[in-house]
Ligand binder design. Sequence first.
Ligand SMILES: [Zn+2]
Length: 620
Amino acid sequence: MGEMELHVMAQRLQANKRAAAGRGELRTPLPVGLVHDDAGDIVIDPDAGVQAAIADVFAAFAACGSAYGVVAAFAGRRFPLRAYGGAWAGQLRWGKLTHARVLGILKNPGYAGAYVFGRYTSRRTVDPGGTVHTSITERPRAGWPVLIKDHHEGYIAWADYLANEARLAANHTAAGARPPREGTALCQGIIGCGSCGKPMMTNYHTDQRPAYECSSRRDRLTTPSCRSVAAACVDAAVAGALLDALTPGQVALALSAADEVTGRHQRVSRAAELAVERARYDADRAERAFCQVEPENRLVARSLEARWEARLAALTQAEQALQAAQDTLPPLPSRDDLEKLAADLPALWNAPTTSARDRKRLLRTLIADVTVLPEPDQAKVRIGIRWHTGATDELTAGRPVHPGTARRSPAAAIDLVRQLGPATSNDELVTRLNAAGHRTGHGRPFDIDAVQWIRHAYKVPVPDPYGPGEISVAEAARQLGCSTGVIYHWIHTGQLTARRGQGNRFCIPWNAQAEAGCRSRIAQSAHLGRAARPRTLPAPAFPAADGGEVSVTQAACRLGCSAGVIYYWIETGQLTARRGAGNRLHISWNDQIQAECRSRIGRSGHLNPAARRTKPRRRR
Ligand SMILES: [Zn+2]
């Protein structure tokens, strides 16, 4: 057979294969849960355990919305796999449900009753070394060569398949999707900046108060009206709009939720029920086998009896497991209760049992996105809501006030203090403020401290406490050129008249006579009057040493001892001295006195080390 013939034959075979696939007749390996019947048609696996497992995967995905959630729902439960080819061909193997298998099931159109050929294609590349590499890539749905919907009975409808596909795409964060997360910020993932058009990030501060921040800030590309807002003010407005929109459908929503919960509870116990059924069938079969054996064939009868016993034990175990599964289910609220609850949807929305993620999912079913629109007023935030229907709404909400600002005194009270403050005493102001019904920023009635604080903070002067012709102590001291202590001394000793004014302060009646009295007192005082100060006079010349008198310092210098020694001798009468001008000591001095002093020094153990009786202790 020539090469050409072989090529033509291969081409014909391929063409036939494609034709069979186009008719939906080409047999390809089926995923678990679907089998070929005797006629070659695709049917749902008759094994109820397999059916339940596959159906539960779709139900779990509908409930939790993520493939990892399905894996978590199947924790501790086994999942079937039908082996193809090899020694195990056609047999069921039960193992763990992995994330990859969940994705495989959710993305497989066969479960939606569709026949598909050519979902994957192989691609060959040659690397520079000449090696041929074959890679398998998935085609997009539009590129599938054969797609026959409603080809066979499926587990889900085609619409559900498309919804699951969209939901998986919405979970794909690596591809830029922003699915609802666990945090409390309601608009996470769907809020954008109306100033620069970029999405807004959700930041959770250390005190767990989330904020939406324009993501341009990260790139340093913010426009002047880009801003970050506390999530609470946006969320409250958006949730309010959502609850308003939901009013007509309240009851229907709650009842469908109730049905879903009931269905979920039934699914949980159904797996255990099926296990009981399987165990009962095995036990029945073992019983029949035991009954059919001839009683004489004791060896066989004995082993069959043992097997029957084992099957019965397994049945008991399965029944106990079913009982346990039913016991752990929480009691369901009655339909009446649910209807009552549905009548109060806001309470349901705000209930602590409603998770933040559920709220976000509910929000996203109706709201497509939220935009923080540019708003020049810093105290307000303008929010645009785009509904999935295409309708848009615009809301304006107040931004939360900073805690420090919130505790500030009201502006009206401050204005009153500013107006009246310069001419009104604090007591009077307190009365006026409280009479006008003002309260401090803390909500308390005004008192002296609060009024003084406003005066301090807004620099409102106090009314002048001095009467006409009166001056303060500081002013009097300034005019006289002396210290305030002098003025206080005169007032306390009655030399200057003053009265106690507001705040216990001294008010001094001031006129030419009072000023003249003060000036004459200063002039007479040796302390205050410059002319009267002895320090300004030239110091009297000290008599020369040969005049018979020396100072303490001179004496100490001549004797080579300290001045303290000379003072001691004078105090103890060993040296004669008299008090001169400025209380200074004048010591009578001649050769004889000097000789006496020297001999005292010579005798003193303190002053002359040679005269010490005891040797100074040697330091170690
Ligand atoms: Zn921006």
